[in-house]
Write a protein that binds this ligand. Structure first.
Ligand code: ATP
Length: 282
């Protein structure tokens, strides 16, 4: 039996630069790994892939990115090995935290080890890009600027140890709907990537907090005004900045360290059906 951790991410910035000829949006985003993680364990089996997960929102069958990762690996290497994969789900589902992509990345790493395939990091990244645009970042982790659909990565100096408060309200934001609405109404606030990269290089937490920006924020807030309320609550509770992650609905607040993040979380007064988690940048 072996284990892999699948870490969540937040977007410190997210901008849309335009529409590409293939119909996808050209993104520019700075992604940051969190300590918050799912846990995957892998055991060998004579044949077939079984996924064991008792989380009601996680698809059990072939739609799961873990099963799709296994299928890609068997097709790529032409082998017929089997595995039992257990998933302990801690990352909120459909939250803008790339939980599914992180699981897919962890499955690629874990099965490469379990089956002794010997695939290089580069081969895993190429396979990962076929699973989803966020999977290459989930394989690399850390802090990175991403372009393209999110799969073209430029590593940045690491930002470990900053406190993060995550607030996920009990509704989803469809990513496809968020893009459609963005195309109709435009988005904001737009990030200043040069300034953010300079702040990340200096690990200037106050500047990073001030420069957090995601073009999906206004779009998501127009669908769900609660998103503005969450951001306001995080700022009033003492975070250095707050922003939507991905296309939402999770809003995160940034703090100097985990102790301050715990204090902020303790001051929040939000409806009980909202999920509040304290973690740190990884
Ligand atoms: P992203 O930030 O990459 O857009 P997300 O955090 O918004 O992703 P996920 O938690 O990855 O969203 O879930 C999106 C959908 O993916 C879920 O509704 C679910 O149907 C599907 N899915 C497939 N595999 C998984 C998995 N291992 N864990 C969670 N969801 C999964």
């Amino acid at each position: 039996m072996l284990e892999e951790l699948a870490h969540a991410k937040i977007n410190l910035t997210l901008d849309i630069l335009g529409l590409r000829s293939d119909g996808y949006h050209e993104l520019e985003t700075i992604m940051q790994t969190l300590r918050l993680h799912d846990r995957l364990s892998f055991s060998a089996a004579p044949q077939g892939i079984s996924l064991v997960c008792d989380h009601p929102e996680v698809p059990a069958g072939e739609d799961n990115l873990i099963c799709r990762a296994a299928k890609l690996l068997t097709a790529y290497t032409g082998n017929n090995y089997g595995a039992v994969i257990r998933l302990q789900k801690n990352i909120p589902v459909a939250a803008g935290l790339a939980g599914g992509s992180a699981d897919g990345a962890a499955a690629l790493r874990g099965l490469n080890r379990l089956w002794g395939l010997g695939l290089s990091a580069g081969e895993l990244v190429s396979l990962g890009a076929r699973l989803g645009a966020d999977v290459p970042f989930c394989l690399a982790g850390g802090t990175a600027l991403a372009r393209g659909k999110g799969e073209v990565l430029y590593p940045l100096p690491g930002l470990g140890g900053l406190g993060v408060v995550l607030v996920k309200p009990p509704f989803g934001v469809s990513t496809a709907r968020a893009y459609r609405l963005y195309d109709q109404m435009g988005g904001g606030p737009r990030p200043d990537h040069q300034a953010m990269m300079a702040a990340v290089a200096k690990k200037d937490v106050r500047a990073i907090g001030r420069l957090l920006a995601n073009v999906f924020e206004n779009v998501a807030a127009s669908l769900h005004p609660e998103i503005r309320e969450i951001k306001k609550a995080l700022l009033e509770a003492g975070t250095l900045g707050a922003s939507l992650s991905g296309s939402g609905p999770t809003v995160f607040g940034l703090c100097t360290n985990v102790d301050q993040a715990k204090e902020v979380a303790g001051r929040l007064r939000l409806p009980p059906e909202y999920t509040v988690l304290v973690t740190a940048t990884g």
